[in-house]
Design a protein around this ligand. Structure first.
Ligand code: GDP
Length: 319
């Protein structure tokens, strides 16, 4: 039986990945940080099947202990300060958790179990002010937020440990991926939740930032398959995971509100509080390498994704 250690297991991706690995017969270890009010909503259905290990990404000693206890074949580093907008007011914490902690995790693996395979959650935000379109593995990075800058560090330190210590370490450059488990402050979930609440008469308006931003949005459930596939190859490598389609925030509003029979223009108010100091205008990924080498493809398209999220939010808001 294979063993996997997942950081960020209670988040969107961690919970889908844990389900996938349990289905495949893995013994799943989840790193959890002590908080006074833990939130296991995303892993409620599988909470009892996870071996919980206490630790904190900024505390190397706790990570060494976590790797020792779990003795993993595979380590998935999904924990981060993952919200771009929060990275301006908290640039240093974002750097410590999203950047430097990747080295903590890599060091724990190198010291305790260097043969374990390592997955780093890299991000399309690294492409930022894009140098070419579509973006692929060879596209130069130009991050536009403290979050993007931190992810670039995480990407290169992963590549560096692969090259320095011959570790099986992979960086998955995942474009935006969403689901009903997405945090409520991210734009997809914010919009699907608002469409549901306005439809149900619970809210009257939705305050938004830049509606012209373009993103390549996929379904998180499809994307965790790619993470696993990256660790099953003969050689470690880096891969872009994307749908190859881009949509604006405005289109997202049209689809979500249209699905519940509303016209978003009657409810959306532009609020400068949600406009960012620097913006990523356009993301569009080319995942042909993942498709040819990993045999990966997405199953859920943009409309299906948004409708799935609105359906979930309609149900949740009626409880
Ligand atoms: P990101 O790509 O990781 O930053 O994912 P987000 O879901 O946070 O934001 C996606 C895009 O939506 C960005 O270009 C934001 O500027 C834009 N956007 C416009 N209005 C909002 C809003 O009210 N909230 C968020 N989170 N994003 C918004």
């Amino acid at each position: 039986m294979k063993r996997a250690l997942i950081t960020g297991i209670t988040g969107q991706d961690g919970s889908y990945l844990a389900e996938l690995l349990l289905e495949k017969g893995y013994e799943v270890y989840g790193l959890r940080r002590r908080t006074s009010t833990p939130n296991y909503e995303n892993v409620a259905a599988i909470q009892d099947r996870i071996h919980w290990v206490s630790g904190d990404l900024t505390d190397l000693a706790s990570l060494i202990e976590a790797v020792r206890v779990s003795d993993p074949d595979e380590v998935y580093n999904l924990a981060a300060q993952s919200f771009v907008a929060a990275s301006w007011p908290q640039p240093i914490a974002t750097g410590q958790i999203t950047a430097l902690a990747v080295t903590n995790m890599l060091e724990a693996v190198r010291i305790v179990k260097p043969t374990a395979r390592f997955y780093q959650a890299s991000s399309s935000e690294m492409f930022g002010k894009v140098v070419e379109t579509p973006q692929k593995e060879t596209t130069p990075f130009y991050p536009r937020s403290p979050y993007g800058v931190a992810k670039v560090y995480g990407h290169w330190i992963t590549v560096n440990y692969r090259e320095s210590f011959n570790m099986y370490a992979c960086s998955g450059i995942l474009f935006n991926h969403e689901s009903p488990r997405r945090g409520l402050e991210f734009v997809t979930r914010k919009v699907t939740n608002a469409a549901a609440r306005i439809k149900l008469g619970l809210d009257q308006e939705l305050r938004m930032g830049n509606l012209d931003a373009l993103r390549d949005w996929g379904f998180a459930g499809d994307y965790v398959q790619a993470m696993w596939l990256m660790l099953q190859q003969d050689e470690p490598d880096d891969y872009v995971i994307a749908t190859g389609e881009t949509h604006s925030v405005r289109e997202l509003l049209e689809v979500a509100f249209g699905y519940v029979g509303l016209d978003y223009r009657q409810y959306v108010v532009i609020d400068p509080a949600f406009v960012r100091p620097a913006e990523v205008d356009l993301l569009l990924g080319d995942s042909s390498k993942a498709s040819s080498k990993l045999g990966w493809k997405r199953e859920v398209d943009f409309n299906q994704l948004i409708e799935m999220m609105v359906d979930y939010d309609l149900e949740r808001n009626q409880k």
